[in-house]
Ligand binder design. Structure first.
Ligand SMILES: Nc1ncnc2c1ncn2[C@@H]1O[C@H](COP(=O)(O)OP(=O)(O)OP(=O)(O)O)[C@@H](O)[C@H]1O
Ligand SMILES: [Mg+2]
Length: 247
């Protein structure tokens, strides 16, 4: 682990020596990383590098074979997803799946009442506003385009004022203008709402603009950790990333 990850004092969110195997297949090896409030930490690596598996472990959907996950000094490793959500860890998925036949009002109500304390309609309206989603409670979730689906899912997390957001390819399936919109939203969420955003993203130019720091996974190993412009120049990263992308 590089010095960049080891700032003095406990990080807001961190993991230590995470290892994971599916059967006999080792897909994560000794992964340690740390993120601070207000930071966007990019997570990159070729297909199959282990990024989503790492997020499954950090969010609590999957118990790692080895290692630990922390929020501040509190160990989360054995806590399930819903307990971590209550502590302020939010997660979005590669595919923005929304309940197609529910209205936005119904989706927001379900999110508000997912667990106690229940939130008010005002909280939901505030969250929609944060992500630039028009307040149209009667509209069907299934009528939303790709960007607004992402906005809706993010608003459902933001209304709970999370400390950490794990975002798995939030720009997947979006066109350029929409990617700019997501970029703006993530920047706002990190800087203004002081969330630690961990961001899996393939577009290096987006990460270079948005992430203060990136970690690179390759074959389940963390091969680089540092400033985007430095990390993307490292020969090992270029070999792992660009050769795999070109293949
Ligand atoms: N449930 C599972 N059972 C067995 N193997 C799995 C499972 N989930 C993922 N894998 C394997 O683990 C490795 C890492 O997969 P993962 O989805 O974490 O990669 P990724 O970096 O997110 O890739 P992508 O960029 O394609 O989303 C891959 O080889 C994948 O085939
Ligand atoms: Mg993935």
């Amino acid at each position: 682990m590089s010095a960049a990850s080891l700032k003095p004092g406990p990080a807001l969110f961190s993991c230590r020596a995470i290892g994971h195997a599916f059967g006999s297949r080792e897909v994560l090896k000794n992964i340690s990383l740390a993120a601070q409030a207000g930071e966007v930490l990019g997570v990159v690596g070729p297909n199959g590098a282990g990024k989503t598996t790492l997020f499954e472990i950090l969010s609590g959907r999957l118990r790692p074979s080895r290692g630990q996950v922390f929020l501040g000094e509190t160990e989360l490793t054995r806590l399930p997803l819903h307990a971590r959500a209550r502590l302020g860890i939010g997660r979005t998925y590669q595919s923005p799946v929304v309940p197609e036949h529910l209205s936005l009002g119904e989706v927001f109500r379900a999110a508000r009442q997912a667990y106690r304390p229940f939130l008010s309609a005002h909280d939901a309206e505030w969250a929609a506003h944060q992500v630039g989603l028009a307040w149209r409670p009667a509209a069907l979730a299934g009528s939303l385009g790709a960007l607004d689906r992402r906005r809706l899912l993010l608003a459902c997390l933001l209304m709970r004022k999370p400390k950490v957001l794990l975002m798995d390819e939030p720009a997947a399936g979006l066109i350029n203008a929409e990617i700019d919109a997501i970029d703006g939203i993530l920047r706002y969420v990190a800087q203004e709402l002081q969330v630690a955003v961990l961001l899996v993203e393939h577009r290096l130019e987006l990460l270079a603009a948005l992430a203060g720091r990136v970690v690179v996974l390759d074959g389940g190993e963390l091969i680089a950790d540092g400033l985007p412009e430095q990390v993307f120049q490292e020969p090992r990263v270029r070999a792992a990333y660009f050769e795999a992308e070109a293949a």
